[in-house]
Design a protein around this ligand. Structure first.
Ligand SMILES: *Cc1c(COP(=O)(O)O)cnc(C)c1O
Length: 397
């Protein structure tokens, strides 16, 4: 042999992968053959199943979580002149929908013990213009909803949850989806369950549900089912200048089976989190994801941080070294106020939300999804440990 055989090159382990089975494929094909491609029976079945899983009285299937949050704000009467308080440690969509509604986003810093919005900060920022709060359940760990709801009640604020990460999560025994005016879930491919693109709004408020449904279908008084099914009638009236935000039956076909697998998916994610926790327990350089007692976690993300004073590399180098070892990661999230658009439009900048910045500075989301087997989990943990050891300060490595 002229050269030593290189260590077997392992295939790239992506940060996230959807888990689509034969059931989903068959249901999509059945939908395509049926002729009902949107606004039909698969959407109705998915909504019914979602009501059952969350315990919510109403569920409205939509083209995305973003669309659902936009409509929830409009249906709650949020508009120009109103302020809506949300977290800086979130995805752009949470803030964009506030702007789409014509309202002003106001950011409240997060807590270090769950990376969720800090309710004391919300209280400090309430003005006579504040009309709503949009908490986001970071990584699938519910916010302190009782405290948040009592603050909202005290000030007459609406609460719309960005529950993009949180299907399957529970707060004090209650499923996310029933705890506020509206909760909105995402089915983007890397989320806990997927429909390719898609979202679901749940609420116990019949009026809000009706308004969201109306606005999702151009503001028409009748949906496709009521217009095109046997016994339907073609006449309709436009009651509001709505949007085209409905979910298709092709998406719902995926969702019906994804939702049936939710418990198994969540059990595996929870198991992986436990495996990581155990494999990192003796690595003092790392900060494992904080978990509060009172919740059931959806484990959409497994975000680690490292003590910056105990390692000699930056977060970017850490991510590069993981990539060199064939492991994909992500960062959730670059704080809103550090993006150029919001920095300029909302007159914000570095230093404004010190906890969000501190968390962000050394934050890395590791892969956590049902398709990962135990070997993959161990491979990720070993790589993380190797990097920490190689770049640790005195005393290790
Ligand atoms: C993914 C995500 C969204 C957007 O969901 P879509 O279904 O893609 O519109 C919103 N908020 C958070 C926190 C997300 O992670």
């Amino acid at each position: 042999m002229s050269k030593p055989t290189p260590a077997a090159v392992e295939p790239f382990l992506p940060f996230a992968l959807p888990e689509i089975g034969q059931e989903e494929i068959d249901e999509v094909v059945d939908t395509l053959r049926s002729g009902w491609l949107t606004g039909g029976p698969k959407v109705q079945a998915f909504e019914a199943a979602f009501r059952e899983v969350t315990g919510a009285t109403h569920a409205v299937a939509l083209s995305s979580c973003t669309a659902g949050m936009h409509l929830a704000l409009l249906a709650a009467g949020i508009g120009p002149g109103d302020e809506v308080i949300t977290t800086p440690l979130t995805f752009a969509a949470t803030v964009n929908v506030i702007l789409h509604a014509g309202a002003t986003p106001v950011l409240a810093d997060v807590r270090e013990d769950d990376y969720n919005i800090d309710i004391a900060e919300i209280e400090r920022l309430i003005t006579p213009r504040t009309k709503a709060v949009m908490p986001m359940h970071y990584g699938g760990q519910p916010c302190r909803m009782d405290e948040l709801q009592s603050l909202a009640d005290k000030h007459g604020l609406r609460v719309v949850e960005d529950a993009a990460h949180a299907i399957g999560a529970r707060y004090r025994g209650r499923p996310i989806g029933t705890l506020s005016d509206a909760s909105v879930f995402s089915f983007y491919p890397i989320k806990p369950i997927t429909t390719g693109q898609g979202g679901m709004l749940t609420t116990n408020d019949a009026e809000l549900a009706d308004q969201v449904r109306l606005l999702s279908l151009h503001g028409l008084s009748k949906n496709a089912w009521n217009r095109y099914s046997k016994g339907g009638s073609a006449e309709y009236q436009v009651l509001a200048p709505g949007f085209n935000y409905a979910m298709t039956d092709i998406q719902a076909a995926l969702g019906i089976h994804q939702l049936r697998k939710l418990d198994a998916f969540q059990a595996r994610r929870t198991e992986i989190a436990g495996q990581y926790d155990a494999l990192f327990a003796d690595v003092p350089e790392l900060i494992r994801p904080p978990v509060r007692e009172e919740i059931v976690h959806a484990w959409h993300l497994y975000p680690i941080r490292f003590h910056l004073d105990r390692v000699t590399i930056s977060r970017a180098q850490f991510i590069d070294e993981l990539r060199e070892r064939g492991i994909g990661t992500s960062v959730h999230f670059i704080p809103i106020h550090l993006h150029p658009y919001y920095r300029d439009a909302l007159s914000l900048g570095p230093g404004d939300f010190p906890v969000a910045e501190k968390v962000y500075e050394n934050l890395i989301s590791l892969p956590i999804y049902p398709r990962m087997d135990d070997d993959a989990v161990e491979r990720v943990a070993t790589a993380v440990r190797e990097i920490v050891t190689a770049h640790g300060r005195a005393g290790r490595g």
